[in-house]
Ligand binder design. Structure first.
Ligand SMILES: [Fe+2]
Length: 305
């Protein structure tokens, strides 16, 4: 093996050192990288790639690449598999502040979520490559929901074993029912015409399709309720679980340097973009690794509440 893998500080995720993407990556090395991804959920590649082509080559080791279904997010012209996340599209970005610091406006903030949890086919993974870094902030954070599940008390694991939860696509962070920072205020809502997504129901405990390990399948941003439970009981349980999963002990926070690449397994992690000051510049390229697995089902209108 021409590269090394070490645990990230805190024990959540793996860092890959010494991988040279100008060389051929052998089948054996590709399998080692894929297995490490399945085993750890989050992989950090520093000083590994410096081009779009490097990012595409590395991403393809982990599966087929997809274009993001939210088509109005910007894609890079030559490569439809690259989604461009940039601050220059400032008019498209929502602007936020926190109640106690109204003068500190920031953009690029997304609270804890997993991608496409509001559909029945969430993507397996995604990779970000930082190109331009804001002077301040701009970190991305991940949570390992397998570690979060395994840390639950056995009584709680038993209680939630067969529960189902409903997700609805939430276009404004201020509409989120769970995981919302109570201090968060929106100064301006970004211009985005999101498509409609029907509500879906997912198992609260899901088995990872590759490893078979149990996942606490709780993504706060689009979370609505536990199916078949009173609202009072459902809210209390989901609040308790949200507080548990977002506990910092299952979390890795990445402070970006140019050309860092971070890959995550979207089936077993949550992520959050911590935001950066309005007016600062940020440019990130993202690839999306397809999911070929069905999760849950579209909610039937007649399903009892
Ligand atoms: Fe996301």
């Amino acid at each position: 093996m021409t590269f090394q893998m070490i645990d990230l500080p805190g024990g959540i995720g793996t860092q890959v050192i010494g991988l040279n993407l100008d060389n051929d990556i052998t089948q054996t090395e590709q399998k080692q990288l894929y297995d490490a991804w399945i085993n750890s959920g989050i992989m950090v590649f520093k000083q590994t790639g410096k081009s779009t082509e490097h990012q595409l080559k590395l991403s393809r080791i982990f599966g087929e690449l997809d274009t993001h279904p939210v088509k109005n997010l910007v894609t890079e012209g030559r490569y439809p598999e690259i989604m461009v996340l940039e601050s220059n599209a400032q008019s498209k970005l929502s602007i936020y502040y926190r109640q106690q610091q109204p003068e500190q406006l920031f953009v690029g903030f997304i609270p804890w979520h997993s991608d496409l949890i509001f559909t029945t086919s969430p993507n397996h993974g995604a990779m970000l490559r930082a190109i331009e870094i804001p002077k301040k902030g701009g970190e991305t954070a991940w949570i390992d929901t397998i570690a979060a599940y395994e840390a639950l008390a056995p009584e709680m694991q038993e209680r939630i074993e067969n529960l189902e939860v409903e997700y609805r696509f939430c276009t404004s962070l201020l509409d989120a029912r769970f995981g919302r920072d109570p201090q968060l205020q929106m100064q301006l809502k970004g211009e985005r015409n999101f498509p409609q997504f029907p509500p879906v129901v997912h198992p609260l405990v899901w088995h990872h399709p590759v490893s078979g390990r149990k996942i606490l399948n709780l993504s706060p941003l689009h979370l609505v309720r536990v199916v078949g439970m009173s609202q009072h009981e459902s809210d209390a349980l989901l609040l308790e679980l949200t507080n548990h999963v977002t506990n910092r002990q299952f979390c890795y926070i990445h402070s970006w340097e140019p050309n860092d690449m971070v890959l995550w397994d979207n089936w077993r992690t949550l992520h959050s973009a911590l935001g950066y000051p309005l007016g600062d510049s940020r440019l990130v390229h993202r690839t999306t690794i397809s999911g070929d697995v069905q999760m849950g089902r579209v909610l039937e209108a007649a399903l009892p509440v």
